[in-house]
Design a protein around this ligand. Structure first.
Ligand SMILES: Cc1cc2nc3c(=O)[nH]c(=O)nc-3n(C[C@H](O)[C@H](O)[C@H](O)COP(=O)(O)OP(=O)(O)OC[C@H]3O[C@@H](n4cnc5c(N)ncnc54)[C@H](O)[C@@H]3O)c2cc1C
Length: 457
C-alpha cells in the first residue's frame, strides 16, 4: 500500500501550544530555526491562555490579553502553527512524529532534529459514591464554562477537593452569577504552620493572588470549610445533594445542582514515556515524571520536556521552563550562535519550583484506601473499586495484571482518568507511582485513519 501520510520537515517540533510551548516556539523561531507547533485544540493558548469565541470576545472582551499577544508574536515569528493536530505517536527519540487532523482524521508525519513535549496536564479526579451523576464535574470544566462561555455550571454550586486552583474557579463562578454553597477544602492551607508562612512570604505575588481570591470569597459570604471532604453525591438523574464529612467527624448534607471536585493536576507524560524516557516518582508519589536536567533535556537524546508535563508548577513556571528548553535546543542545533545569559531565567525557575514544592506540602492528596467497594473507578469499562481489589487479592497485584483481569483502563480514555486509582488500589503499597504503559496511538484515532495509514508501526 502506498504511503498516504503527508510528510513534513522542521528543525524543531513543539508539541503543545500552551504557555510552555508558545514561549519555547517564540525563542526557537527568533533564534533562526524552523519550528512546527502542533496542538490538538482548535486554538493555541493551552489551558491558561484559552481563546474565547469571537462573538464572546466582542461581547465580554479579550480573555487574558497577554495570551493573545503571545500567540500573535509566535505567529509573526514564522512558526508553522498547526492547530487541530493530534500527535498520537512518535519514534526515533521524537525525531519522527505521527499526527492526525482531529477534524478529518488525515494522517501526517513530521520529521525533526529535536522535539519539545509541552503537553500540559490533566485534572486529577478521585472517585466517591455518586461521582458519575450528571452535574458532578471537574473544577476545570466549570472554569471553562464560566470563562469561555460565560455560563455557570449550576445556580448553586459546591466546590470541593484540594488545591489552590479551587480559589480562581470559585471566583469565576461568582462572576457569572453562581451561588457557592461551600468551598470544601480537604486540607488546611489557609491556616498554615509557621514553616509554610515563611515559604509563602518568599512568593509575594502568589501570596497576593491567593489573598485577592480569599477576599472575593469573603465579600460574597462563601464558606471555606477546611479539613472537610465530599463523601457522596446524591440524585436520581442529576446531583441534588452532597454529603460533606467535617473535621469533627460529623456529616452534613448540602443541597446543590452542581458539584465540582478536583485534586489538582496530573502531568500528561505519555509521549516522553512512549519514547522511553527515564522516569522517577513525582512529589505526590503517584505519578511517573520524566527525569530532566535544569533545561528540560530528558534521557532520550534530542527530546526535551517543559511545563506541566514535566511536573506541575503552574503557568509562570511553564513559560520560564519553555524558554530554558528552547535555549538548550538552540545551543544544540545552532552551536555557532553567541551565548545568551540565562541566569535571570534560571533564578526565576528555581523560585517558582520552590513555590510548587510549597503547594505540594500545603495540599497533600488523600488516601484511596477508603474508596467504597461499590464505587465505579473505571468509567469507560464500568469497573468498581471492589472488583479491582478482588483481582489484586487473587494474585493480579500489579497494575497491568489488574488491567487484564478486570478491563479497568482499557476504554477510550486508555486509563488517563483512572490509571492512578487503579494503580493505588491494585498495588501492594499505597501511593506506589505506577502507571499504564504508554502505547501508540496514545489517543483514540478514527478507524478510517488507522486503515488508511496501515504502514505506520
Ligand atoms: C483544566 C485546567 C485549567 C487551568 N486553569 C488555570 C487557571 O485558571 N489559573 C492558573 O493559574 N492555572 C490554571 N491551570 C494551570 C495552568 O493552566 C497550567 O499550569 C499551564 O497552562 C501549563 O502550561 P503548559 O504549557 O505546560 O500546558 P497547557 O497549558 O495545558 O498546554 C498543553 C497543550 O498541549 C496540547 N496537547 C497535549 N497533548 C497533545 C498531543 N498529544 N498532541 C497535540 N497537542 C497536545 C493541549 O491541547 C494543550 O493546548 C489550569 C490547568 C488545567 C489542566
Amino acid at each position: 500500500m502506498a504511503d498516504v501520510m503527508a510528510e513534513s520537515e522542521a528543525d524543531v517540533a513543539v508539541i503543545g501550544g500552551g504557555p510552555a510551548g508558545l514561549h519555547a516556539a517564540l525563542v526557537l523561531a527568533r533564534g533562526g530555526l524552523s519550528v512546527v507547533l502542533l496542538d490538538e485544540s482548535d486554538t493555541l493558548g493551552g489551558q491558561y491562555y484559552k481563546r474565547r469565541a469571537e462573538q464572546l470576545t466582542a461581547a465580554f472582551g479579550d480573555f487574558r490579553p497577554r495570551g493573545t499577544e503571545l500567540i500573535r508574536q509566535v505567529r509573526d515569528s514564522g512558526v508553522d502553527c498547526r492547530t487541530g493536530t493530534l500527535v498520537w505517536g512518535a519514534e526515533d527519540g521524537g525525531r519522527t512524529l505521527f499526527t492526525s487532523d482531529v477534524r478529518t482524521g488525515a494522517l501526517g508525519r513530521v520529521n525533526t532534529r529535536a522535539t519539545l513535549a509541552a503537553t500540559g496536564a490533566y485534572e486529577r479526579s478521585l472517585p466517591f459514591p455518586g461521582w458519575t451523576l450528571p452535574g458532578v464535574v471537574t473544577p476545570g470544566f466549570a472554569l471553562h464554562l464560566a470563562t469561555m462561555d460565560r455560563v455557570p455550571v449550576g445556580q448553586r454550586v459546591v466546590l470541593a477537593g484540594t488545591g489552590p486552583f479551587l480559589l480562581p474557579v470559585a471566583c469565576a463562578l461568582l462572576e457569572v452569577g453562581a451561588r457557592i454553597e461551600a468551598l470544601v477544602e480537604l486540607n488546611h492551607p489557609y491556616r498554615p504552620g509557621v514553616s509554610s508562612i515563611g515559604g509563602a512570604l518568599r512568593q509575594p505575588a502568589r501570596l497576593a493572588e491567593a489573598a485577592r481570591y480569599l477576599l472575593t470569597l469573603a465579600r460574597h459570604g462563601v464558606r471555606v470549610e477546611q479539613g472537610s471532604r465530599v463523601l457522596a453525591a446524591h440524585g436520581d438523574t442529576q446531583v441534588t445533594a452532597v454529603d460533606i464529612g467535617q473535621e469533627d467527624g460529623s456529616v452534613k448534607q448540602l443541597e446543590t445542582d452542581a458539584l465540582c471536585v478536583g485534586f489538582g493536576f496530573r502531568p500528561s507524560t505519555e509521549l516522553p514515556r512512549l519514547l522511553g524516557c527515564a522516569t522517577e516518582p513525582d512529589p505526590s508519589g503517584t505519578e511517573q515524571l520524566p527525569i530532566v536536567d535544569a533545561d528540560g533535556a530528558t534521557s532520550v537524546d534530542g527530546l526535551y520536556v517543559a511545563g506541566d508535563c514535566a511536573g506541575i508548577a503552574g503557568v509562570h513556571a511553564a513559560g520560564v521552563r519553555g524558554q530554558l528548553a528552547a535555549h538548550a535546543i538552540l545551543r544544540r542545533l545552532s552551536p555557532e550562535r553567541p551565548t545568551v545569559r540565562l541566569s535571570g531565567l534560571r533564578r526565576r525557575a528555581r523560585a517558582l519550583d520552590r513555590f510548587a514544592e510549597l503547594a505540594d506540602r500545603l495540599y497533600p492528596l488523600p488516601t484511596t484506601a477508603d474508596i467504597p467497594d461499590e464505587t465505579q473507578v473505571c468509567r469507560c469499562e464500568g469497573v468498581s473499586a471492589g472488583e479491582i481489589r478482588q483481582a489484586a487479592a487473587t494474585g493480579w497485584n500489579d497494575l497491568h495484571g489488574t488491567k487484564a483481569a478486570t478491563r479497568a483502563g482499557m476504554g477510550p480514555c486508555q486509563g488517563r482518568e483512572c490509571g492512578h486509582i487503579v494503580a493505588a488500589l491494585a498495588g501492594r503499597n499505597e501511593g506506589a507511582a505506577e502507571c499504564f504503559a504508554a502505547r501508540m496511538p496514545i489517543r483514540p484515532l478514527p478507524m478510517a485513519a488507522t486503515v488508511e495509514g496501515q504502514e505506520v508501526p
